[in-house]
Design a protein around this ligand. Sequence first.
Ligand SMILES: [Fe+2]
Ligand SMILES: [Fe+2]
Length: 258
Amino acid sequence: MKILVLGDIVGRPGRNIIKDNLKSIQDEFDIDFTIANGENASSGLGITEKNASDMIDWGVDVITTGNHVWDKKETEGYIDNYDWILRPANYPDPCPGKGYIIKEKNGAKIAVINTSGLVYLKSLDCPFKKIDEILLEIPSDVKIRILDFHAEATAEKISMGYYCSQRVSLVFGTHTHVQTADCRILDDYTGYITDVGMTGPLDGVIGVDRDIILKGFLSKRPGKYSIAYGPVQINGLVADIDESGKCKELFNFIKIYE
Ligand SMILES: [Fe+2]
Ligand SMILES: [Fe+2]
């Protein structure tokens, strides 16, 4: 089972590049199942129902999210209507939406889990204890288990990778929007990368217009964010996972579209 992961989709540039190129990337890498982080898909902040549905129509199987999941007011109203969008599982109960989901595709059952880190982010429930709970809940015949750990600190993400080692098929980090160069297979089982990166404008600051961000650093006063323009990049990861749940092969990629 070949899994494609796309780093955080940012704004219209990120959405359009997926709309135009996802099918050819899926063909190029012979992909069975696609996961995309969509927390920044709508103007950089959150994801509308329309933008989420479009991404599914274009070939994404599951959308994960993160700290920006509730930025669009409408999300609380629609998130329970669909079996293809997740919010971090470690939000305290009660909370709309789901933290993990089991899908069937090309003869395989795949569990996709989404949790959030706590370092420099909201103080949610412990993501380490939450993954233990979820792994107990997932039926034993679901061998392919994938975690999007949406977190800021590299140490917290690497720790989660080791914590899930040999229990989860693939652990990928999201949130920083910068792809890390540490993609590897842990303990001959678990595919791991600290951050997949971002699908959005290349020449901004993590997707935002560079002038606004620079002005903020120089003036110490906040500005109104707008999405950057110019060339767009797709940051992704491809994992080949066998029927036992073991990650056999893993590589990351960056594609730039002028
Ligand atoms: Fe993000
Ligand atoms: Fe985030």
